[in-house]
Write a protein that binds this ligand. Structure first.
Ligand SMILES: [Zn+2]
Length: 90
């Protein structure tokens, strides 16, 4: 059976550049009772944002990505290798 990307829910992951230059892939976490604000946690667990600043979901070149986030995104998306970088629109 082939896994497809669209499994009936929207995958909301956002690549954002951290202050050390690497891009992490952030996934929206719903609030909890102890911490009711929704937040964005990187797939590698090393970084957290309270907002991602917009809806753009462009994907940076592989060499600029946090390796752990990249491999976890691959797993989450059911891909076999790094997903291509988004085309930059001028
Ligand atoms: Zn990361």
């Amino acid at each position: 059976m082939t896994r497809t990307v669209n499994r009936g829910f929207a995958v909301k992951m956002y690549w954002r550049q951290s202050n050390v230059g690497l891009w992490h892939c952030y996934e929206r976490e719903p609030g909890t009772r102890d911490y009711p604000q929704p937040r964005f946690e990187s797939l590698c667990g090393r970084s957290m944002l309270t907002k991602v600043g917009g809806q753009q979901r462009s994907r940076p070149p592989v060499e600029q990505r946090c390796g752990l986030c990249d491999s976890r995104e691959i797993h989450a998306m059911g891909a076999n290798e790094s997903l291509p970088a988004s085309k930059q629109r001028s």
